[in-house]
Design a protein around this ligand. Structure first.
Ligand SMILES: Cc1cc2nc3c(=O)[nH]c(=O)nc-3n(C[C@H](O)[C@H](O)[C@H](O)COP(=O)(O)OP(=O)(O)OC[C@H]3O[C@@H](n4cnc5c(N)ncnc54)[C@H](O)[C@@H]3O)c2cc1C
Length: 375
């Protein structure tokens, strides 16, 4: 059997591009199918934990070239404007997805990844071979397929993933602004029904990205009035939106964001990044997890092709085990933190305890983050 590639990767966000670079550097034939062109803005807070830096360095990816904002402080405010601040145990950096994904895509091409713009509509597995079909009816075969197509796609329905048939009540909104905002700070400001992250990316631009439940948003159905009447009740957000000048013609939005449990292996496809599980954005760790899962899956795929793993069953078993032991607790902590923030009374009590014992906050933050990814 002749394959089009050793590995086909579906989706060229952070997980797909990182895995592509890792595998191509190990000598694999990698075909990456991404439905959009680069560069492209994405709904994302764009704060990335420094835990990914050693691994990116190993892959030959130098984030310094993008002149990111270096972020070392965290500020949390309640809807009423009460605050608590902490140093970030590991710190992070701010760079737009527009710049970062494009940068990684160029890097992927330079190390030999075949990158094609294609919307994947179907993935079938039979006789130990995958057949991947695109919207233009092009088909590709491969021994391994990585699912790195993000939070939600028609493919999830096609694969009968349980969460895909359930409605999800979360909406994400993001825009860039010119504003006076500290370049070393990531702030998370609560409002009724959600929270808004503020932090700098490259070139001193400020990203404002919020997640809200649809229950809170639906009475407005219009971002401007929602921001004026709900977000602006938080004095920090009121002040920010009053002073900031939008860079985008209008904010980007995404709906149907699901935090339901997913499985890291589905019909033999190895899922990574958000396709395997999405952590609540308030943790600021989704991008690091996407990159980390790309590392886990790439190392195991290399072991599989070199014969160090006996067969596909061993590959899938190891990946499921490693994925769960790395990320399950983080996802759970994210869910708990999200539930707490949904109740202003509990948030207020928690904030008071953190104010009394400031050492607690870095401990909570550590629970939602990983250790530096050493290779
Ligand atoms: C509101 C919000 C704020 C966030 N803020 C942060 C933050 O500040 N810090 C942080 O670390 N994380 C944050 N996250 C999480 C972070 O954005 C994700 O965890 C991260 O983008 C996951 O990367 P990924 O590669 O898995 O998916 P993505 O980046 O979504 O990439 C998936 C790619 O697959 C492509 N694709 C989809 N379907 C197909 C198809 N059928 N065929 C071909 N290609 C396809 C898409 O076009 C896309 O490019 C936030 C998330 C939300 C919702």
């Amino acid at each position: 059997m002749t394959y089009n590639a050793d590995v086909v990767i579906v989706g060229g966000g952070l997980a797909g591009l990182t895995a592509g670079i890792h595998l191509a550097r190990a000598g694999m034939q990698v075909l990456l199918l991404e439905k959009h062109s680069y560069p492209q803005h994405k709904v994302c807070g764009e704060y990335i934990s420094n835990e990914v830096l050693p691994y990116l360095h190993y892959l030959g990816v130098s984030i310094d070239e993008l002149a990111p904002a270096r972020i070392s402080r965290f500020l949390l405010s309640t809807a009423a404007g009460k605050t608590v601040e902490s140093k970030l145990p590991l710190g992070g950096f701010g760079v737009s997805r527009y710049t970062l994904d494009h940068f990684l895509a160029r890097k992927a091409k330079s190390v030999g990844v075949a990158l094609r713009q294609a919307d994947v509509t179907d993935i079938q597995f039979a006789n130990d071979v995958f057949t991947v079909t695109t919207a233009t009816d092009q088909t590709y075969t491969a021994k391994i397929v990585l699912g790195a197509y993000g939070k939600r796609s028609q493919l999830d329905k096609r694969l009968n993933r349980p969460f895909a048939s359930r409605e999800s009540g979360w909406l994400g909104v993001k825009a860039h602004y010119q504003a006076d905002f500290p370049n070393d700070l990531v702030a998370l400001h609560n409002f009724d029904g959600g929270y808004c992250g503020l932090s700098q990316v490259e070139n001193g631009i400020v990203n404002a990205c919020y997640l809200t439940n649809y229950r809170s948003f639906k009475a407005f159905r219009n971002i401007e009035s929602f921001q004026q009447q709900v977000l602006a009740k938080n004095p920090f957000l009121n002040d920010f939106f009053a002073r900031a000048t939008p860079v985008f013609a209008k904010p980007l939005t995404i709906s149907q964001i699901s935090f339901d449990r997913k499985s890291p292996v589905e019909n033999h496809i190895l899922m990574c990044g958000d396709t395997a599980g999405l952590i609540h954005p308030l943790c600021g760790n989704g991008m690091a997890m996407a990159i980390h899962s790309a590392k886990l899956v790439s190392e195991l795929v290399i072991a599989y092709f070199s014969g160090k793993l006996a067969n596909r069953t061993a590959l899938e078993k190891h990946y499921t085990h490693q994925w769960s032991s790395e990320f399950k607790t983080r996802l759970l902590t994210g869910r708990i933190a999200q539930t707490v923030l949904a109740y202003p009374g509990i948030t207020g009590v928690l904030l008071k305890s953190v104010q009394r014992t400031p050492g607690i906050l870095p401990i909570i933050i550590k629970q939602t983050h990983g250790k530096p990814l050493l290779v």
